[in-house]
Design a protein. Structure first.
Length: 483
């Protein structure tokens, strides 16, 4: 009997040990930070971008560049073994910041020999909205518009309550159909067509989200959402006059303050039989408040320009498709500054939210231009650098990259030069920040598990939100809405 207490104690210890919960394996993070000594200058308050209103609960740290702060170059990245590209199935905290809007052609187009033409394809494109859930599998995909033809250009309003689409419709006058303006309201789900407007070229919302402008051959049209009536800001002739130059207007893009429209004017010469020959191209501003056109500079006639307004409406950056360089125009004195230093292609100009800094890629380098000092410096480089995207607070720049055995997204602090890499074996060409600055959205089409992904900047784990693997059509337009 004297052994019974001993057995009782041993049994009690075994029972207690059995109650200890087993440890769960934690996935290894894919982030790596390459750091330098941080600047000891206090960070100023963030300047929100005018194109995307920030939520009232925004708490991300600010690091807007001050004149006394100089971005630090860092390209020294140590070699490490690439992490596994297997997509984890772990859950993440409920995400409630905004929705993802995207256009998806669920069925790939037929082979060229079987397709009668690009405008006679069956309607297969859908406009969809992905609403957040507590796990990637719980995100809800809501169809907004289905059975659209071709890829309709989409233009969300500044307040993100409505979106203008150019929808392709059949037409008795045009063999290939005609594009017409339609306005979709997120509030009531209505879709309204703007009458008597065919094949508009380019579109730009005014800041009040109540009207938008677009080109109609030789004139700039203005449509108000209240009655969808069409007016014109210009009164140029619509037909060429014999031996009299006339101008066509394209790519009108409004400044964030709603005062100027940047546009391309192509001059022509009438030949007397309603035919014309293209002439010179000029970049110009149309002053909405005064109703006059201001010529800025001549541009090569064979190029298509990419125009990007700074959020403070003080600068317009523009690039040429054929490697003519990157330029910025000051709206006050119309002086044109050449930002590039080499005759190589310049891609993806991206303004900081405060409008002072312009990030862009040149060959395989990410560079930064300071609009106050009008100087350019290189920030970092890689074998491939995608389109740069500023965080909502202006503290960081994110871009897809490829570097030997690493593929993913880097996040760069232009003040300190700190470079964090999220390595996951995919190559995002373009990324979007979430409104709270904690997540990144990108499209991956090069893998077996193609679709839209989100990735948290802290743990570097990509999560598949929209899976397009089973229907390998094209997913081209996508953006992250704030609400």
């Amino acid at each position: 009997m004297k052994y019974i207490p001993l057995f009782f104690i041993i049994g009690l210890m075994i029972t207690l040990l059995g109650c200890v919960p087993s440890q769960t394996a934690v996935p290894v993070t894919t982030t790596r930070a390459v750091t330098t000594s941080p600047a000891e200058t206090p960070a100023p308050s963030p300047t929100p971008a005018t194109e995307m209103p920030l939520p009232t609960t925004f708490t991300a740290a600010s690091a807007t560049l001050e004149p006394s702060q100089t971005p630090i170059l860092t390209t020294d990245v140590p070699d490490v073994e690439p992490p596994s590209t297997q997509i984890p199935e772990t859950a993440f905290e409920p995400f409630t910041q905004g929705n993802i809007l995207f256009l998806w052609n669920e069925n790939p187009p037929p082979p060229p020999e079987e397709a009668p033409g690009p405008y006679t394809l069956e309607p297969t494109v859908s406009l969809l909205l992905a609403q957040p859930g507590s796990t990637p599998e719980e995100w809800q995909i809501m169809p907004i518009l289905t059975e659209l033809r071709a890829y309709p250009p989409a233009y969300p309003s500044p307040d993100e309550t409505q979106i203008v689409l150019l929808l392709l419709e059949d037409s008795e006058k045009h063999v290939n159909g005609v594009y017409r303006l339609h306005v979709y309201s997120f509030a009531d789900g209505s879709l309204k067509r703007v009458e008597n407007q065919e094949n508009p070229y380019g579109l730009s919302w005014l800041p009040d989200s109540e009207s938008f402008t677009y080109s109609q051959f030789t004139n700039i049209a203005l449509t108000n959402l209240t009655d969808l009536q069409v007016g014109f800001l210009t009164s140029n002739p619509t037909e060429p006059v014999e031996n009299v130059p006339f101008n066509t207007i394209s790519q009108p893009i409004g400044s964030p303050n709603g005062q100027l429209l940047a546009m391309i004017i192509t001059s022509g010469m009438g030949l007397g039989d309603s035919r014309w020959m293209p002439g010179q191209k000029h970049l110009a501003f149309f002053d909405i408040t005064q109703g006059k056109t201001i010529t800025v500079t001549e541009v090569p006639g064979d190029s298509f320009l990419t125009l990007k307004w700074s959020p403070n409406s003080e600068w317009l950056a523009f690039t040429h498709d054929f490697g003519h360089g990157l330029f910025a125009v000051n709206v006050n004195d119309l002086e044109v500054s050449k930002l590039s230093t080499e005759p190589t292609s310049i891609y993806y100009p991206s303004w900081s939210p405060d409008g002072r800094w312009l990030a862009f890629t040149q060959s395989s380098r990410l560079s930064l231009w300071d609009s106050e000092t009008e100087t350019t410096q290189e920030l970092t480089s890689a074998y491939y650098v995608g389109e740069p995207a500023w965080s909502p607070d202006g503290a960081n720049i994110a871009a897809g990259f490829v570097e030997e055995d690493r593929q993913g997204i880097f996040i760069l602090d232009p003040v300190t030069g700190n470079r964090q890499e999220l390595v996951f074996g995919m190559i995002p060409a373009k990324v979007h920040w979430s409104p709270d600055g904690q997540w990144l959205l990108f499209h991956a089409g090069q893998t077996d598990q193609s679709g839209l992904y989100i990735i948290n900047r802290n743990d570097g784990l990509p999560h598949l939100v929209v899976d397009t693997s089973e229907k390998p059509g094209s997913l081209e337009y996508f953006t992250w809405l704030s609400e």
